[in-house]
Write a new protein. Structure first.
Length: 430
């Protein structure tokens, strides 16, 4: 078919420009506006990138209308049912599912990069206040990794990129557990390579030297499914931050640290922590209507945390799966009044015109915190768990970007609405 185009006409001057359309595998076609500034003299304006594609990607696709999510073309429901987290990590990183042999080799590699330099653990982590928020520690520690692992940092060397990717995927659970141990004052626990990725994380967090620790298979499986569901999600705020930071040629540890920082925001990955705080504040089913009214009140900054999504205009498929895991975990660990409150809140919100009209559904963060809480994970560690899972998504996008022949440093333009040109008055005349 002849190249598809759109024509943009400036109704003031009558001048037009023809812009090419690029078609996707799935989802919306895009208008390539690359030549707009040079040939037509205009920038486009799109705060929050509501209608703007920042890149091409082969990694993940969300169908916002249907509420569907695909990693490398595979539906998330099938991946969550048939794969372990490291299989999905391999898929995101390499573009295909591993064979048994490849998975075994990948597990060996990850298991032999999961320790950290002793002076990183002993000096840097112990240098934080004992009550530092673990996301503050994660941001600092991940950003410091190039100071401890300054080999294999030639980002244009594919082998270096893969070694650094393996290091980040392998070390992020160890770092997360070390932050938790620092908060609790308990001794740090080293990874054990006979355990699975998630079993190891539970062991490093909850084992203590004075008694044996047995990984509970229910907790291990729940964490594995949660990590699969959190592993990647197209060009969300933190992934876009990683891409923008990495586009300058900054080392991948620094770029991923920027992603950790962005994820911490309550509008993004920090929402899982905010949901539990919100449920605790609501306290009882009898208070739900008051909080729903606040969420609808334009003059009230309160939002229903764990609800709404920029892309999903239908139920977040991850929330559906996480809700199922919730029931399995609570069946083992005992009921949590927060779940009943959350489900009641969901029912009331989803029957309210304000939420229906704006297509606001529970998102990935609405139920995940209830599971983490049931597993004994403290609320300030919820976003850390999100960061552990999303690290493979971040580093997969970073690799894809560095590999992209069209890579340019990200440098958005602006609409300047400040003061017009003026001269500086002498100090005495100000
Ligand atoms: C994640 O991008 C990703 O993929 C992110 C993520 C990932 O995996 O990486 O999916 C993870 O970040 C999930 C989202 C977690 N955040 C929250 O749960 C925080 C609460 N949700 C919102 O702040 C909000 O819904 C966002 C940030 C998620 C999306 O915001 P948008 O797309 O910018 O939507 P908007 O702010 O323009 O809202 C549209 C309308 C507004 O009302 P009107 O001005 O049209 O009258 O919906 C309202 C908003 O006021 N609205 C809400 C609401 N979310 C949107 N009203 C009450 N409660 C909410 N949660």
């Amino acid at each position: 078919m002849a190249n598809k185009t759109v024509t943009l006409t400036d109704n003031t001057t009558g001048k037009s420009i023809e812009l090419p359309i690029m078609d996707p595998t799935h989802g919306n076609s895009v208008v390539d506006i690359g030549k707009l500034a040079k040939e037509f003299g205009y920038f486009t304006y799109d705060p929050g990138f509501v209608s703007t594609a920042s890149c091409k990607s082969t990694i993940t696709f969300l169908d916002g209308e249907r509420g569907q999510l695909y990693y490398r073309g595979y539906p998330i429901e099938q991946l969550a049912a048939k794969c372990c987290f490291l299989e999905v990590a391999y898929l995101l990183l390499n573009g295909r599912l591993p064979t048994e042999q490849e998975l075994s080799e990948f597990q060996y590699i990850i298991g032999h990069h999961n320790m950290m330099r002793e002076n990183l653990r002993y000096n840097l982590i112990r240098g934080f206040n004992y009550d530092a928020h673990p996301m503050a520690m994660m941001t600092g520690i991940v950003g410091s990794l190039s100071a401890f692992y300054h080999d294999n940092l030639d980002i244009y060397n594919p082998e270096h990129r893969m070694i650094t990717s393996h290091r980040l995927i392998a070390k992020i659970p160890t770092i997360a557990a070390a932050c938790y141990k620092h908060n609790t004052g308990q001794p740090f626990v080293f990874p054990q390579n006979h355990l699975t990725y998630c079993g190891n994380l539970l062991h490093m967090m909850f084992a203590v030297p004075c008694e044996p620790y047995h990984v509970d298979p229910v907790a291990e499986k729940a964490l594995d499914v949660l990590f699969i569901l959190h592993a990647d999600h197209e060009q969300n705020a933190s992934t876009s931050t990683v891409r923008l930071a990495g586009s300058s040629g900054a080392n991948p540890y620094a770029a991923i640290a920027a992603g950790v920082a962005s994820l911490w925001g309550p509008a993004h990955g920090g929402a899982n922590e905010a949901v539990l705080k919100m449920l605790a504040e609501i306290g009882d089913v009898s208070n739900i209507d008051k909080y729903i009214a606040r969420a609808k009140d334009k003059d009230d900054s309160f939002r229903l945390m764990g609800f709404g999504h920029r892309v999903y205009r239908n139920y977040d498929p991850r929330a559906k799966l996480i809700k199922e895991v919730c029931h399995q975990v609570l069946a083992k660990y005992g009921d949590d009044p927060h779940l009943e409150l959350a489900m009641k809140l969901e029912d009331i919100a989803l029957s309210d015109e304000f939420f229906i009209e704006r297509k606001l559904y529970p998102n990935v963060d609405f139920y995940s915190g209830i599971i983490y809480k049931a597993l004994g994970i403290p609320i300030n560690m919820f976003t850390v768990m999100f960061a552990v899972a999303r690290t493979v998504g971040w580093i997969s996008h970073w690799k894809e970007m560095i590999d992209d022949p069209e890579l340019k440093i990200g440098r958005p333009r602006q609409l300047y609405v400040g003061e017009a040109h003026r001269d500086v008055p002498d100090l005495a005349d100000r």
